[in-house]
Design a protein around this ligand. Structure first.
Ligand code: K1U
Ligand code: ZN
Length: 172
């Protein structure tokens, strides 16, 4: 298992539409291990493959409360099947936008489908943090970031800050 470097805004890779996984190979299993390791190290409750630079439709998540009782999830080709009319506001963060948190409104409950590492199709209902997280992660697979739901003013402010940081790093 390897901790991989995270892709940070304004890297244009984060705007790519990720490709479906065609087959569960040893490379895919290795990628899942590396994503979990990278997510736990960050630490985060979710990670999409594009956040480590790989444009495939894979997500890892663990929204368990305790570090002693990890509940790792690996989602291959996940999709949202249904969203509730009721909305919920949650303060979101993103490992690709370090140390920036803002409130985002999304559907309160969702039903989603994915393939697990055994190749089984799973359908699951979610509410709370799991519902928020799975929507945030599937957005990553479609090149969407949580800052896209904020006002243009807030989005421009955060983009400018990270563009300046990237320029400083490139010049250093
Ligand atoms: O996809 C990502 O960038 C990961 C992101 C997922 C997420 C968080 C909150 C709401 C929606 C989606 C994170 O994990 S940010 C870090 C974070 O929320 C966290 C870190 C440590 C403990 C608990 C939460
Ligand atoms: Zn994110």
């Amino acid at each position: 298992m390897t901790i991989r470097p995270l892709v940070i805004i304004p890297d244009s890779k984060l705007r790519l539409i990720s490709e479906p996984v065609k087959e569960i190979t040893s490379e895919i299993r290795q990628l899942a291990d590396d994503m979990l390791e990278t997510m736990y190290d960050a630490p985060g409750v979710g990670l999409a493959a594009i956040q480590i630079g790989i444009p495939v439709r894979m997500v890892t998540m663990d929204v368990s409360k305790s570090e002693d009782e990890r509940q790792p999830m690996v989602l291959i080709n996940p999709e949202i099947l249904w969203t509730s009319e009721e909305k919920r506001i949650y303060e979101e963060g993103c490992l690709s936008i370090p140390e920036y948190y803002e409130e985002v409104e999304r559907p309160d409950r969702v039903r989603f489908r994915y393939m697990d590492l055994q190749g089984e199709t799973v359908e699951q209902d979610a509410d709370g943090l799991l519902a928020t997280c799975v929507q945030h992660e599937i957005d990553h697979l479609n090149g969407v970031l949580f800052i896209d739901y904020l006002s243009k003013l807030k989005r421009d402010r955060v983009m400018t800050k990270f563009k300046k940081a990237a320029r400083r790093e490139a010049g250093a």
